[in-house]
Design a binder for this molecule. Sequence first.
Ligand SMILES: Nc1ncnc2c1ncn2[C@@H]1O[C@H](COP(=O)(O)OP(=O)(O)O)[C@@H](O)[C@H]1O
Ligand SMILES: [Mg+2]
Length: 368
Amino acid sequence: MFEALQEGVIILNSEGKITYLNSAARRIFGVPEGASAIGKPLEKTVLGLRWDSFANSLQPGRVLSRDLEIFYPENRFLNFYLSPVGDAEDSDGAFVMLIRDITHSRRATEKKIESERLNALTLLAAGVAHELGNPLNSLTIHLQLIRRKLGKTQIDEQLSKELTTMLEVAENEISRLDSIIKQFLGAIRPSQPELAAARINDIIQESARVLTPELENRKIALVLELDPLIPEMPLDTDQMKQAFFNLIRNASQAMGAEGTLTIRSESDNQETRISFIDRGSGMSPEDLGAAFEPYHTTKGAGTGLGLLIVRRIIREHGGEIEIESEKGIGTEVTIHLPRVDKRMRFLETSSETIPAETKPNHGREATT
Ligand SMILES: Nc1ncnc2c1ncn2[C@@H]1O[C@H](COP(=O)(O)OP(=O)(O)O)[C@@H](O)[C@H]1O
Ligand SMILES: [Mg+2]
């Protein structure tokens, strides 16, 4: 019966030595077929799980429950409880340990927390952007008033020219601010992408073209390695452009004064990949871990929203984004877009159904 269970079962004696473990426990902790764990201390099978660390809490009639994360044979989150076998008077000193794989529910919780934070952030950002709109409006109106007064006032022609130029600069800057805010709101608001058949290479080229002056200023060479055979696919061109802008900007900022940015596109039956490869500052493991966190920035004038927005756009296209980076070496950001327009998706496994990878004897084969 124990062999048929999805949960790991380990029976221990009073010294914490294993007297029995079922096949689910073997699979969870990566005990190879044929290797014997019987008669050996628990911590030999589950490295780091020391029996004496919970010996104090193990009193008859009490059940001990803990969550733990394991890294071998796979990174998984587990919950176990440990309970004496038999009741308080009639205990033979044995314990049963029941181990459940909670990786799925834990990952789902993490996703939920992330999306709640994103919602809070969206509200906040929309609020700030809205507040900025009013003073900008007022500035625009006052600049127009100044311009009108200037037209009606008799002044020196040279001075009038200079003032007009200044007004133009101010107006242009205001309209730039206005468009940044509009773009920002457009990016951060959860909007469904408007998909239309488009060529990804065209979008890459167009994004690169717009940023060419900035790259040339910094003496950054741009290398495009585009696979000409990538067919059209359903894309929201504006949103994609915005994603690429952000990635190109990040790369150029990471390289500073000079360097080479390579943008590569390639495609197979499964997916289209677009990589942005720079030889810039790279990221430390800590920075890499926090790269998608809202407001995480290492730049004085950074917003820390760029990658978050990029990931949202990519995910809305059914894709994923992946970053590889090494401090002092450089960074490679890869976007994976599924080739086929997904007309269906599997629903997340509900708690009643059993995720494939916890089925007995299939654990090694099924990885997600
Ligand atoms: N290509 C890159 N090379 C090195 N670091 C990067 C790169 N892209 C992003 N980062 C790091 O990730 C952080 C977050 O990026 P992002 O979300 O775009 O915000 P911002 O650019 O405003 O800082 C950056 O501050 C930087 O530390
Ligand atoms: Mg950025």
